[in-house]
Design a protein around this ligand. Structure first.
Ligand code: M6R
Length: 609
């Protein structure tokens, strides 16, 4: 939720930290701050607002000059966004940055207050600085950290500097991500790899209850008892370009345009000889035959990808699939056990609720399959089997290309599921896979129609509320279209199964309320058209998104976006169609003067409950 960085080396620390924070700003942008050693003193600069506010403050107050420090970009949990609540927090001889939530902060605060500590912020994080100071004695930072970690409940990734050690950065984690970058004569800590990708591709993943020390000798790792441990080094597969806008005004637009390529790459990685093949990741036909039921659990867009998958798996493989919101699944005592397959879907692989749902499924003995975009993320490592989607780095808060690769890989899973259970034969398996292989081209054609999407957006710009409706796969897609639009345009939007509207919600339809109807599913198109007529009769402004050549009676539709899917099977059209919905959302956001990459109140990785 927040982003943390730390640096030790010969470069200008302020520049490295600010650079890193810029790459992590997707994790939160309520406030930002850095603390840098200037000689033996620590200079802290922090402010409420986005990084631009921080840059202005550095201009005004002077940039800290040094080679060792930590930084933070905040998504507020405890305490409003304000200068005082911004990180870093200092107390006594310790300065920290924190990503996560300290659940027992109230009792720790009371204890520390009794010990004479005073608090300057309303955050939960400040107790960590105080506690570290409380346990710090005999110039032994590691002892202070191990003692402090024993007391903390909740989740944290911490970056820590001690006033007595101007050439050291410590970090520890439990439940929140933390990566250590290892360069030539320099080292980094960060919540995510892009923060240091410009300087090094070598990294080490810190696990829960581990501690790292960066100093002039290099990096050293310790377990929670302070015993030194060795760790595997990895090389990042992403390159610097992926973390840049490359000429696009926003990451979101860049990521929308990347979809043909990343869908192609993901499909290629999961097919062999023209059919889906999951044996390399340990998912066999025998296993697929044995499952009684399937659960798909995830949050937000990833969950909506799960709904498309539910329709595809049930239609083709005839196995029951329940889609559950991860934050519900983890507490609803689900009837799940051996012989069930639990699929978790996550772009980041770090979403706290999705991870907890996965842990629960494992506890109950279910087989777990993760569909994850970040290799080696917590969820990827925890699941029994993992499909790595190949969207590459997704930076915009609104997920676009990650959704496309999620549904692309879940379609392949549905095909193989059906084949393994003899619901389709080898010819049909090949035919469906070949159809799916055509989607990158169709996606490209749709992205090329961005002018028409922009025009639709221009018709929505002054509305305060709208609806998406559709049936079957169109309904599954409506959910995602609606989320995309509302999260970045701030227009209130609801998605409804078209047939459900008349059971209550139709009372909200008034003159000129836009109703975006997705009408691509041939076998139910007439039913959908009837629902369009119903809202039109009540004054709605009806926008139809449909297959090229779809006809409507005069006066049913106010605006039409006809999409050329070629010969694509109806089941697969959500994949290209979503790109049009993403573009409509993107332009609606721009036309309303918003920043689509950083929508208010949101953060990309939700690593707290
Ligand atoms: O990283 P994840 O896929 O687990 O994230 C899940 C949701 O938080 C995410 O999809 C969110 O809904 C996005 N803002 C949607 O654009």
């Amino acid at each position: 939720m927040c982003g943390i960085v730390g640096y030790l080396g010969q470069r200008d620390c302020t520049e490295v930290l600010m650079d890193g924070l810029e790459k992590l700003e997707y994790r939160g942008y309520d406030s930002a701050g850095i603390a840098v050693f200037e000689g033996r003193d620590i200079k802290t600069v922090k402010t409420r607002g986005k990084l631009t506010a921080m840059k202005e403050k550095l201009e005004r107050e002077g940039r800290p000059q040094g080679h060792c420090g930590i930084g933070h970009t905040r998504w507020a949990t405890h305490g409003e966004p304000s200068d005082a609540n911004s990180h870093p927090h200092s107390n006594g001889r310790v300065t920290i940055v924190h990503n996560g939530i300290i659940e027992n902060y109230a009792e720790l605060k009371q204890f520390l207050t009794e010990q004479g500590y005073t608090f300057l912020s309303q955050t939960d994080s400040e107790v960590v600085a105080c506690l570290l100071d409380y346990y710090y004695s005999e110039r032994n930072p590691l002892h202070a950290i191990t003692e402090t970690l024993k007391e903390l409940r909740g989740s944290y990734a911490l970056g820590i500097i001690f006033k007595d050690f101007p050439e050291r950065v410590y970090a520890a984690r439990c439940g929140s991500p933390l990566i250590v970058g290892v360069g030539q004569g320099e080292s980094f800590i960060a919540s995510d790899i892009p923060a240091f990708l410009k300087y090094t591709k070598d990294y080490v993943l810190l696990e829960d209850n581990e501690i790292v020390r960066l100093d002039t000798e290099g990096v050293m790792f310790f377990d929670v008892h302070g015993i030194q441990i060795s760790k595997e080094r990895r090389i990042a597969e992403w390159d610097v370009e992926q973390a840049q806008k490359c000429g696009y005004p926003h990451y979101m637009l860049k990521e929308i345009h990347e979809q043909p390529g990343v869908v192609q790459k993901t499909l290629d990685s999961l097919t062999k000889d023209g059919i889906p093949d999951f044996t390399d990741i340990g998912l066999t036909d025998d296993m697929l035959r044995g499952f009684n039921k399937v659960f798909i659990t995830a949050c937000g867009t990833a969950m909506y990808a799960g709904i498309v998958a539910k329709y595809a798996i049930e239609k083709l493989a005839r196995v029951p699939v329940a889609v559950e919101i991860a934050s519900e699944f983890r507490y609803m005592d689900p009837i799940v056990g051996e012989n069930d397959l639990v699929i978790v879907v996550s772009q980041s692989g770090e979403t706290a609720d999705t991870k907890a749902a996965l842990e629960l499924a494992k506890e109950r003995g279910a087989k777990t399959l993760a569909v994850v975009n970040v290799k080696y993320s917590a969820i990827a490592r925890l699941a029994d089997i993992c499909i790595n989607t190949l969207a590459g780095l997704e930076i915009a808060v609104a997920s676009t290309k990650a959704y496309s690769v999620q549904i692309a890989s879940l379609y392949l899973l549905a095909f193989r599921f059906a084949y393994a259970r003899e619901a389709i034969d080898a010819d049909e398996l090949k035919r469906l896979t070949a159809q799916l292989a055509k989607t990158p081209e169709v996606i490209q054609n749709i992205i090329d129609r961005c002018d028409e999407c922009q025009f639709i957006a221009s018709q929505l710009v002054n509305t305060e509320t709208l609806f998406f409706i559709g049936r079957g796969f169109d309904y599954a897609l409506s959910l995602e279209g609606s989320l995309k639009l509302k999260e970045i345009s701030y227009i209130h939007s609801e998605a409804y199964a078209a047939g459900e509207l008349k059971h209550g919600t139709i009372s909200l339809i008034e003159q000129n309320i836009p109703v975006i109807t997705i009408a691509t599913q041939s076998h139910i198109i007439e039913k959908t058209i009837s629902n369009m007529e119903e809202v039109k009769a009540r004054g709605a402004f009806v926008i139809a998104i449909c297959r090229k050549g779809t006809t409507f009676a005069d006066g049913t539709v106010d605006l039409k976006l006809e999409l050329d899917f070629g010969e694509l099977n109806d089941m697969l059209v959500p994949l290209p169609t979503v790109c049009a919905l993403q573009l409509i959302a993107y332009y609606s956001s721009i036309l309303r003067g918003n920043d689509p990459d950083k929508p208010r109140n949101l953060a990309k990785s939700v690593t707290t409950e």
